[in-house]
Design a binder for this molecule. Sequence first.
Ligand code: HEM
Length: 203
Amino acid sequence: MKTERILVWDLPTRLFHWLLAGTFAAAWLTADSERWIDVHVMLGYTFAGLIAFRLVWGFVGTRYARFSSFVSGPGAVMRYFKSILTLQPEHHVGHNPAGGWAVLALLGLGAVTALSGYATYDDYGGHWLEELHEGAASAMLALVFVHIGAVLISSFIHRENLARAMVTGLKHGIASEAIRRPRWIAAGALVVAVVGFWSGAFQ
Ligand code: HEM
């Protein structure tokens, strides 16, 4: 079957991804300084808002952004790893079965990090919440490194630059597998919400 470059990741998913990566990196860099605490908290709220957005988009977004398209059982994950070990890697247009679970883990850990950060900042509980916040953030950082490693390895195995695909939205596939619209309006609403929140936070 003839393959070409088709639209797989809608614009809101791509924007979400790079905003999440950027806010996580910036929040990490501002975490240990009293001077930057307001910026850290503002980034934490943005991060939490992005995760909330992605949870909703996982139900109403385009085909490959939906949880139903990439959350699969352990059998599918095992088959995927086996296909790699036997040098006949299964190709998935969206997230592969292992990647699907990594997405859920990143979102779940991200939610724990953001909620425990909020509870610590608002003095909801004891020292354990702060410990939880730091532990979850460190686990998230470790997972991000695994994630980046996995992206590099899959890009090599599948001979496709997956990081670039997260920027352009385009991957190899057959025309009938493409999503139809990039979803500009939802992407615009996401940008307005983030920029609006930031400009309000700095007033
Ligand atoms: C240079 C850094 C990074 C690169 C190159 C990168 C690349 C990618 C790529 C290529 C995918 C799609 C994987 C696939 O094809 O199945 C992806 C998905 C994802 N990445 Fe990253 N990533 C980076 C950093 C991060 C960071 C720092 C986070 C979290 C804080 C993150 C969280 C996610 C999530 C949640 C998804 C799922 C996207 C979705 O379906 O909404 N990534 N990333």
